[in-house]
Design a binder for this molecule. Structure first.
Ligand code: FAD
Length: 816
């Protein structure tokens, strides 16, 4: 029976692929029935229909793994609910390693899988062959077996989700194209379609590779770009049976699954082929692109090595379908910072079938609660800014992102394409000094500086990398003399207005209504008491605050703050990141160096810790903020961009005879870890509160007016010792390197995971911050009485837990 076309709905979902259907399914499950889903063609006719249907659970972030774990559970139960089969088969998966380094990856993966509650077994090449008999194994170093993985039929799955949706009264309209998005006062109000307009409180953009265009209808950036993605289906092959596991051979860039007695073979080649530069045709429905055997050759070659029988088997079909990829190979989820009540779930990087269950639930919960219910930062739409939507940049970047699925996940691996992107005014000077650059939020940042005879190119490895000695020099300079760090990439937000102090004080956990000239380190907490951000607030005037926050957090933090400023308050927020460079001068000689360039009194009495003054530095006038992220005397100099080069040159000149050295982010990371300083998105996440983080000192629980998250903190405090805590560890053996993600054990039992790690040259050993869990409380007794170890690619090393920072400047500093 034809349905009447609605004129209004609480929620309109644009796109009837697997993602749109999953969001509708989960909204209806949460009790929201006034939902309308619009699909321009037929359900699943976009990208979903031709997916290979692999569902692999393991991801590098625990919460991302938990989303896919939930997908597998949903796919196994859905048929019982809806009566429509999903093709779900829990066949397990085997991943093989061709090299020793890949085997290290698999062993590290196995340790983190265990930490995340995913079944996994490290197996020999022979055992892998027993599970997957049609492969050659002579060249293999080993494998892992994940019994919980599986495969599904993407179209059936989508139809089954849609049935569940319809059963609960949600309306789905096919052959309706959304042509515009309407909004008023920064809030979405509905959609325009080729069948009329629908007023809506909430609009959800699940338009797959068209999502960028749908975003452009209302000024929302959805940075994704399509690339061609291919697989073949063979005729019957002897030994291939319906229960055959999925097989991945990442060193050969390929995967296999069984299909009607033959094999589906596809993969992720290192250099992808972007598609759709002139836009994605509206009528690209159940459509494919021409076969491209040249592009596929690299996959075919390695498939022939792995499965010799392929040489004689028939290729029944070549699938070349476009899929959308994002700049960092993670999907895009959440409420758009540009438009209230406009949500996005798109850019699934060839993981949409595996992710749909969990991502659909997460987005539905975000919509219903008005905020995410778990840490979703790796996929949060606010990790991108408008500049990421540049089409040429996206085109050049997706050539690399597709291949990342199977590329070696080296520690510290940087993406190479579409760079340089954002550059500090000091970029050329630092390059001339031997900087090896990495990239964060598009900024080129010096990771380390090559000395005489060294090349500023990182050689990746799981052990010590080629910059080990360079970072040792930089750390020593900072601890013993002074280091100069270009931290221009810091995000800077100016919050001004008559009500700025009151509004910010509700958003910040620390007291920020302080004397002018004070700077305050504070968390921004959510209602659960978890960290939405941690940043420094500089009070520049009664009605003016400068917030200095992490490079990646500009959009996120601005959005969080704006959302929490009362609508009638007299407050404005401006992102002034590009207006200032930041030079951090850190180390025991920093006062001497700065003193040579300024008339300001830098004594402890005149310029104590946690204060900010506008001072003269050479010819420039800049803010100097006495803060430290390395545990030494120092100033962050916040310099108008056009004066940055002048200040840099003046500092170099003034510091030459006392050993001032250019330092990079690798040294910064190791220095902060030695001191036990926490970092947002690593130790501090939306799921961690200040007591768990060990940062109770930065909370003013009793300040007048309270703050967001206070109630949750009071409840947490009343419970006594937290059941999980961030703990600093050092490795007793001075040789191993840790990189983060390693399993922590106490008396042989898993108790947590390393969040950040580096080699602490001052301490002469690796140092880490880990999240440790214990149901009856992580207290002093628990930390001092047990025998702690970390597992590094299958090998265990004794570690020491620290109750106060392992690096104490007073006792350890070597006098300059
Ligand atoms: C060759 C290939 C193999 C793959 N293999 C796997 C795999 O093994 N495992 C895995 O997890 N993933 C795989 N994927 C990825 C997976 O197919 C996608 O990530 C997933 O289908 C994306 O779903 P979606 O709902 O976001 O997009 P789509 O399925 O494209 O749905 C978006 C829908 O929005 C509609 N739409 C767009 N604009 C409008 C508008 N203005 N008005 C109304 N409707 C609109 C479109 O018509 C489309 O149907 C593969 C992809 C390819 C190409």
């Amino acid at each position: 029976m034809a349905q009447d076309f609605p004129t209004q709905a609480q929620v309109v979902i644009v796109g009837g692929g697997i993602i749109g259907c999953s969001v509708a399914y989960h909204l209806s499950k949460l009790g929201w029935r006034d939902v309308v889903l619009l699909e321009q063609g037929q359900l699943s006719g976009g990208t979903t229909w031709h997916a290979a249907g692999l569902v692999g659970q393991l991801r590098s972030h625990a919460n991302m793994t938990s989303l896919i774990k939930y997908s597998t559970q949903l796919y196994s139960e859905l048929e019982a609910e809806t009566g429509l089969a999903t093709g779900w088969k829990n066949c397990g998966s085997v991943s093989v390693a061709r090299t020793a380094d890949r085997m290290t990856v698999l062993k590290r993966t196995a340790a983190s899988a265990r930490a995340q509650g995913v079944d996994i077994e490290v197996i020999s090449p022979k055992e892998a062959q027993d599970l997957w008999p049609v492969m050659a194994i002579e060249d293999l170093a080993g494998a892992v077996w994940l019994p919980g993985d599986g495969k599904a039929n993407p179209t059936d799955l989508t139809q089954s989700l849609a049935k569940g949706v319809r059963n609960r009264g949600v309306r789905i309209f096919e052959r309706v194209r959304v042509t515009g998005i309407t909004s008023k006062n920064g809030t979405v109000t509905g959609v325009e379609t080729d069948r009329g307009t629908i007023a809506a409180e909430i609009v959800v953009n699940c338009a797959g590779q068209w999502a960028r265009k749908v975003g452009q209808m209302c000024g929302v950036s959805v940075p994704l770009h399509s690339a061609e993605h291919m697989y073949i289906v063979t005729g019957k092959i002897e030994g291939v049976h319906p229960d055959l596991p999925v097989m991945r051979d990442p060193d050969g860039y390929i995967y296999f699954k069984e299909e009607v007695g033959g094999l589906v073979m596809g993969g992720f080649e290192p250099e992808a082929k972007p598609w759709g530069m002139a836009g994605i045709p509206d009528d690209f429905e159940f459509a494919l692109l021409p076969d491209d055997w040249d592009q596929f050759e690299i996959l075919m070659q390695s498939a022939l090595e792995r499965v010799p029988q392929l040489a004689t088997s028939e290729v029944k079909k070549f699938y070349n379908g476009p899929e959308s990829f994002t700049p960092d190979n993670n999907f895009i989820l959440g409420e758009a910072p540009e438009l209230k009540n406009f949500y996005v779930g798109a850019g699934f990087n060839s993981m949409g079938i595996a992710s749909a269950g969990g991502a659909g639930r997460a987005l539905a919960e975000w919509i219903v609660n008005g905020a995410p219910t778990m840490d979703l930062w790796p996929v949060d739409i606010r990790r991108f800014a408008g500049f990421n939507n540049n089409p040429r940049w996206l085109h050049d970047r997706v050539k690399e992102t597709l291949g990342l699925h199977y590329a070696m996940p080296w520690p510290n691996r940087e993406l190479d394409t579409a760079r340089p992107f954002r550059r500090s005014p000091l970029y050329d000077r630092l390059a001339a000094k031997g900087a090896c650059f990495g990239s964060k939020m598009g900024w080129e940042r010096a990771n380390w500086f090559a000395g005489e005879g060294e090349t500023p190119v990182t050689d990746y490895a799981f052990g010590r990398q080629n910059w080990h000695e360079a970072v040792k020099r930089e750390m020593a300079a900072t601890r013993e003399a002074a280091g100069l760090f270009d931290q221009t990439s810091f995000a800077k937000l100016l919050v001004q207005g008559r009500d700025a102090a009151a509004a910010l004080n509700r958003i910040c956990a620390a007291e920020i209504d302080v004397a002018i000239g004070r700077s305050i380190y504070t968390g921004l907490l959510n209602a659960r008491g978890g960290y939405e951000s941690d940043l420094t607030v500089l009070r520049l005037a009664a009605d003016r605050f400068l917030l200095i926050t992490g490079s990646a957090q500009a959009v996120h933090d601005a959005d969080w703050i704006r959302k929490n400023i009362p609508t009638d308050a007299h407050v404005t927020l401006t992102d002034v990141t590009s207006a200032y460079a930041v030079l951090a001068l850190m180390g025991p000689r920093s006062r001497d160096i700065l003193g040579r360039l300024t008339s300001a009194n830098l004594s402890n009495e005149a310029f104590p810790f946690a204060t900010v003054h506008e001072i003269d530095i050479g010819y420039a006038t800049a803010y100097a903020n006495r803060m430290t992220y390395v545990g030494e005397l120092g100033w962050e100099l916040i310099v108008p961009t056009e004066f940055a080069v002048g200040v840099y040159e003046a500092l170099q000149e003034a510091g030459r005879d006392v050993g001032l050295m250019d330092c990079g982010y690798y040294a910064l990371e190791a220095l902060r870890l030695e001191k036990g300083f926490r970092a947002w998105s690593r130790e501090l996440t939306p799921d961690i509160n200040p007591y768990e983080a060990g940062l109770a000192f930065a909370v003013s629980l009793d300040k007048p007016g309270g703050f967001i998250g206070r109630k949750a903190l009071i409840e947490a405090k009343a419970k006594g010792a937290p059941t999980r805590r961030i703990v600093q560890f050092t490795v007793d053996d001075p040789s191993p390197m840790l990189w983060g993600g390693e399993l922590v054990l106490r008396d042989g039992k898993p108790v947590g995971e390393v969040r950040s790690a580096a080699y602490g040259h001052t301490l002469g050993r690796a140092v880490a911050l880990a999240l440790v869990e214990h149901p009856s409380g992580v207290d002093k007794d628990f930390l001092t009485s047990g025998r702690f170890e970390v597992e590094l690619a299958g090998e265990r090393f004794a570690v020491t837990a620290w109750l106060s920072p392992a690096y104490d400047p007073k006792s350890l500093r070597v006098k300059a």
